[in-house]
Write a protein that binds this ligand. Structure first.
Ligand SMILES: *Cc1c(COP(=O)(O)O)cnc(C)c1O
Length: 401
């Protein structure tokens, strides 16, 4: 009998509690969203500053649509580069304090375009074990030799660097990591990484996806906070999270950006992002640079501190649950509640949904097998009582199971 395509594989996914499904959201992004006629408190998004539905961004996008239309019509190198794209890149570079910047249609595209442009066959890429899929895919695509070092393990990274110097002398070595890790919320030891990269004459690329808008003066990220802009060769980020818009970027030197314009295939062979999206992202950069933006970022930190204060004791008391990373660093807006078992994580997420909270269960392959978790994100748009009610619900549910 003829089998239906993928039926067995899908069955196996379901049996392992690893199947995934789309959920339809009938409202804009925000601390409250609507799913199938129900309002849910949303602790799942990366819209850290609540900009995704901000009137400043909406109006900037609408004005740009009225002036420039919708589609960009061609790739950036043909005729797709419109004024909003260049305005955004100038503002990004100024805000970041780098010579220049280049935007891509997504953070994923920024990674996929840039890493294969930086290294090639016989070069070496050293990746943190917890790096985002876009960085892993990009490293693989580059054809370079890829070595993974255990998460934030400087000693192992050092021994990889020694190995690379010994076995691949004269080849380019690129260290790739994140300033805030997307599923754990902890930070990279940036100063030590810079010391290592200097000692071994390697290049350093930092993905600041979850740090920009959150960390550093005016949300410029961890690199800016540590005043190490000159030491980090490639600063990557996304316009899709704290910026509330869409797209990815690379900030760096003139030569780097000129090289990417010539070699980054996801940039060259893809139509330019809609000019209205660039205009919305520019409004976000301008907001972040303003004193109002800084006030919003400080409000986010108040919410982060409240979440940590309320979650930590209830998570400790709950049998078999731990908030693994909160103690060990200065924090971020990401709170992983480690569960371990995939089905158990799904059950917990379902129980929270019944209580009116959207908190996603994160499972393999996003995280390692057996390290499933609830990933709670807090934003500046959450009210204090919303955070209190989530922590209460978690306490009740985890203690009753
Ligand atoms: C989300 C994310 C990306 C991808 O950015 P998009 O703009 O969503 O494509 C890249 N790196 C990290 C660490 C991320 O969390």
């Amino acid at each position: 009998m003829k089998r239906t395509l993928f039926a067995d594989q899908l069955k196996a996914l379901r049996a392992a509690a690893l199947d995934r499904h789309l959920r339809e959201i009938d409202s804009p992004q925000g601390p409250e969203i609507e799913i199938a006629g129900r309002r849910l408190l949303n602790f799942s998004s990366n819209d850290y500053l609540g900009l995704a539905n901000d009137s400043r961004l909406r109006e900037a996008a609408i004005a740009a649509i009225n002036e420039f239309g919708v589609g960009a019509g061609a790739s950036r190198l043909i005729s797709g580069t419109q004024s909003p794209h260049l305005r955004l890149e100038r503002a990004l570079a100024e805000w970041k304090g780098t010579a220049t910047a280049l935007c891509f249609s997504s953070g994923y595209a920024a990674a996929l375009g840039s890493i294969p442009a930086l290294v090639t066959k016989n070069d070496v890429v050293l990746l943190d074990k917890l790096c985002h899929a876009s960085l892993i895919d990009a490293a693989r695509l580059s054809g370079a030799i890829v070595r993974i070092f255990p998460h934030n393990n400087l000693r192992k990274l050092e021994s990889h660097l020694e190995w690379a110097r010994r076995e691949h002398f004269g080849k380019r070595v690129l260290i790739v990591t994140e300033s805030v890790f997307s599923m754990d919320g902890d930070r990279a030891p940036l100063r030590e990484l810079v010391q290592l990269k200097r000692r071994f004459n390697a290049f350093l690329m930092m993905d600041e996806a979850h740090a920009v808008g959150v960390i550093g003066p005016h949300g410029r990220g961890l690199v800016a906070e540590e005043k190490l802009s000159d030491a980090v060769d490639v600063q990557m980020g996304t316009l899709s999270k704290a910026f509330g818009a869409s797209g990815g970027y690379i900030c760096g030197s003139h030569h780097l950006i000129e090289w990417l314009i010539n070699r980054a295939r996801s940039f060259i062979y893809s139509t330019a992002p809609p000019p209205a999206i660039a205009a919305a992202a520019l409004a976000a950069v301008n907001f972040l640079s303003s004193s109002e933006g800084e006030t919003r970022r400080l409000l986010l930190w108040e919410r982060i501190r409240l979440m940590r204060k309320l979650l930590l004791p209830s998570a400790r008391k709950a049998i078999n649950y731990q908030l693994s990373t909160i103690n060990s660093n200065e924090g971020s807006a990401i709170f992983p509640l480690l569960v371990g078992d995939e089905q158990k994580a799904l059950n917990l997420a379902a129980a929270l949904k019944t209580e009116g909270f959207l908190v996603p269960a994160i499972r393999y392959p996003t995280v390692a097998k057996g390290s499933a978790r609830l990933r709670i994100t807090v934003t500046a748009a959450h009210q204090e009582d919303q955070i209190r009610s989530l922590s209460e619900a978690i306490r009740n549910i985890t203690n009753s199971k």
